[in-house]
Design a protein around this ligand. Structure first.
Ligand code: FES
Length: 314
């Protein structure tokens, strides 16, 4: 973790502000790759993940963009309402859980609303290395779409389709039909949009291995509570009860076992823990369908068990 200052705060669209973060002494920031995000420590105990949306070759700044969601868990409201230029913020080094696949001959980039942030960074990178790509950016209206000007520049305009609900919505089935074997798909946005794109891709025959996704928030409908179950700590043999209203992380914390966490919503993968026996009830948005089916790891911040006991590699 290290401190940066907010060098610039700027309105990008209706309800969306961008924040440019730099070192106070002007020194270069740790490098990052397209699709990376940073943890932002908001000083009130909250830690939130935001994708970097500036060019990955830049080292003098990180840029994030944040949607103002008054009903959010607090991160977006805090950044919009309480953080101003010149203010110091504590952030983590960039991490990338949504990287571009180096073997792709063509990439389809799908962004829904504020999901444009990592997708824009990916488009910048693909354009920079002269790689083939198309970008589909869906938003409710032009007024609510950030970075439209940047995407209208000659470097992007020919490969970019802007799809506004009130003008030209995205014809997803037409775009995804006849998937080529060396084309990869990347999608980021709200849960409903992600399901819309991923379900259409599966229906058109795309294999999971070429579907890459990053969620912005946990599914709001997801039920975090459930039945009680046991966890067994493999190294000690200790067996602990997880009550219906407790998370595995809570139970581990109570006995002094600290698994690193960040989002605590099943989005970031920070808490990923190996499962040696038993079947997890996966409630995260992080693991792919193939990884879930293997049942050898889970996210203890939100996931539970489908068997009476899980043996954890701790
Ligand atoms: Fe982010 Fe568990 S802390 S997935």
């Amino acid at each position: 973790m290290f401190d940066v200052i907010v060098a610039r705060k700027q309105n990008e669209a209706e309800g969306i502000s961008s924040f440019e973060l730099a070192r106070e002494d002007g020194q270069p920031l740790p490098p990052f790759s397209a699709g990376a995000h940073i943890d932002v420590h908001l000083g009130n105990g909250l830690v939130r993940q935001y994708s970097l949306c500036n060019r990955a070759s830049e080292t003098h700044r990180y840029q994030i963009a944040v949607l103002h969601e008054p009903a959010s868990r607090g991160g977006s409201r805090f950044l919009h309402e309480s953080v101003e230029e010149g203010q110091r913020l504590r952030i983590g080094e960039p991490r990338n859980l949504f990287a571009l696949d180096g073997g792709a001959r063509h990439s389809l980039l799908f962004a829904g609303g504020i999901g444009i942030t990592p997708i824009l960074c990916m488009a910048e990178r693909l354009q920079h290395v002269d790689a083939s790509f198309e970008l589909f950016y869906s938003a409710r209206s032009r007024q609510r779409a950030a970075f439209v000007e940047r995407l209208g520049e000659p470097a992007f305009a020919a490969q970019t389709r802007l799809c506004f609900d009130d003008e030209t919505p995205l014809d997803i089935a037409a775009v995804l039909m006849n998937p080529e074997s060396d084309t990869h798909l990347y999608v980021c946005g709200p849960a409903g949009y992600m399901a819309f794109v991923l379900d259409a891709a599966r229906a058109a025959g795309w294999p999971e291995s070429r579907l890459h996704r990053e969620y912005f928030g946990a599914d709001p409908e997801a039920n975090r509570a459930g039945e009680a179950f046991e966890i067994e700590i493999a190294s000690s043999g200790d067996v602990l009860l997880v009550a219906p209203d407790q998370s595995v992380i809570d139970v581990l914390y109570d006995v002094g076992i600290e698994v690193p966490v960040s989002c605590e919503q099943g989005i970031c993968g920070t808490c990923l823990t190996r499962v040696l026996d038993g079947v997890p009830d996966h409630r995260d948005s992080f693991l792919t369908a193939e990884q879930r089916a293997a049942n050898n790891q889970f996210t203890p911040c939100c996931s539970r068990a489908n068997t009476p006991r899980l043996v954890l590699d701790l």
